[in-house]
Design a protein around this ligand. Structure first.
Ligand SMILES: *[C@@H]1O[C@H](CO)[C@@H](O)[C@H](O)[C@H]1NC(C)=O
Ligand SMILES: *[C@@H]1O[C@H](CO)[C@@H](O)[C@H](O)[C@H]1NC(C)=O
Length: 414
């Protein structure tokens, strides 16, 4: 029979695991499917209503990540997505755009983002502020200003010291508003987080926004869809280990249905379906996740199309997770198999994850330094990912069973 303390421990652990997955949603850009026309209230409303009806793993896509507080290309009027979020009870991971050509006064632009936020607070009050789950100061700015971003011609970025300055401005600006205490983060590619030169940004944040796309990792020896789950979890773990216990939120991931081949990755419906099933269905309900994305702003081939539905909301593939066999994190699963399942949460420092850390770092540093991973890294990549997921299933199933028993016992005791 299960002791009471075991029962409580299991229930507490379940709560902790669920708390990690409390927010599930999509990223929402500012433009319509033509890639040009600005979205207005009705466009956001239509998308949020569709997302809220998508039931996956008992979770709903009831959260929206935005990239800017401002409606349109100028001024400081609040983005109309806010009103649509209020109408649909959609939680908000707000964003501020922070990459502006130095000629056009980046600090002045961030002030406008702040001003739009303050206007929204005044206009909508707690109907708005109660929905806010976080605020991101920037999006992939550090990637765009990195050597890789410049080489890839990814556009204007911002440097670590600028992002730190903007974080300070925002914290100060919201200190006397109802949004005081809102967790402040920055969203960037995982390569940025494992790059020591961005340390000051990590230190200034409450949470870390992780963007990871195995599809784009063409510099790896194998970024095929078969290897995608391993690449995803290795990059996630490398990020977790690099950010000294700060919570990592999965702010962007996805796989395109059209676009060019990247290394061994292809953009097509079959591979996008597999990525959704393997990674998406493992994340939904278990990790704070904002998928990239519901409806892409540029679905015209040969552009890269990441949407899961087309311009008319027709899904490109089965998005139910019903036939999925997800690939959960090998590391999280190893920690859940130890006494306390809740150690699968980001701060885990258990021995197994440290071991995984060693290998992910080998992969990462060799990738960064030379662009072509060494044999050591390839071997490491194999050992981190290959057999773990299946054992992971067993462990998860066991926890589920123990939990069911614990709940049964709890009822019995009542
Ligand atoms: C809004 O959604 C939250 C969960 O995100 C739920 O707890 C709450 O009851 C909902 N409110 C309304 C008015 O539907
Ligand atoms: C950026 O460059 C890297 C390394 O050359 C490449 O692997 C990656 O696919 C590129 N990213 C994008 C978004 O094109």
């Amino acid at each position: 029979m299960l002791g009471k303390s075991v029962l409580l421990a299991v229930l507490a652990a379940l709560t902790a695991v669920n708390a990690q997955g409390e927010y599930l949603g999509f990223n929402y850009g500012a433009h319509k499917a033509d890639g040009w026309t600005l979205k207005v209230h009705d466009d956001f409303l239509e998308e949020f209503q569709f997302a809220q009806k998508l039931a996956v793993n008992n979770g709903k896509f009831s959260s929206a990540r935005l990239y800017t507080m401002i409606q349109g290309n100028e001024g400081d009027e609040p983005i109309e997505a806010i009103e649509a979020a209020i109408k649909t009870n959609t939680t908000l991971l707000l964003g501020m755009w922070c990459s502006i050509d130095p000629k056009y006064d980046p600090v002045g632009h961030v002030k406008k983002e702040i001003s739009a936020l303050k206007k929204a607070i005044t206009k909508y009050g707690s109907a708005f502020t109660d929905l806010v789950v976080g605020l991101s100061i920037g999006s992939e700015d550090l990637y765009r200003s990195s050597a890789m971003g410049i080489k890839n011609k990814s556009g204007i970025g911002a440097k670590a010291e600028e992002i730190v300055e903007f974080i300070g401005m925002v914290r100060k600006a919201i200190a006397d508003t109802p949004l005081k205490g809102t967790p402040i983060g920055h969203v960037d590619t995982w390569t940025v987080w494992v790059d020591g030169s961005n340390r000051a940004v990590i230190d200034a944040l409450d949470w870390i926004g992780f963007d990871g796309y195995p599809y784009f990792q063409s510099n790896m020896p194998n970024n095929s869809i078969e290897a995608a789950a391993d690449l995803f979890w290795e990059s996630y773990e490398a990020t977790r280990q690099a950010v000294s216990g700060k919570e990592v939120w999965i702010t962007e991931t996805g796989w395109p249905v059209t676009g060019k081949d990247m290394g061994l990755a292809s953009a097509n419906v079959k591979e996008a379906q597999k990525y959704w099933n393997d990674i998406g269905c493992a994340l939904f309900g278990n990790y704070k996740t904002w998928w990239y994305m519901l409806r892409d702003a540029d679905p015209t081939p040969p552009e890269i199309e990441f949407g899961i539905v087309d311009a008319k909301f027709q899904p490109y593939y089965d998005i139910s997770c019903k036939n999925a066999k997800p690939s959960p994190s090998p590391v999280a699963v190893v920690s859940t198999s130890s006494a306390a399942p809740s150690t699968s949460a980001p701060a885990s420092t258990s021995a197994p994850s440290t071991r995984a850390l060693g290998s992910t770092y080998e992969i990462e540093s060799s990738t960064r330094d030379s662009g072509s991973p060494t044999n050591t890294a390839q071997t490491a990549a194999k050992t981190t990912g290959a057999d773990a997921p299946s054992s992971g299933f067993a462990v998860k199933a066991t926890i589920g069973l123990v939990a069911a028993q614990a709940i049964a016992v709890a009822f019995f005791l009542l």
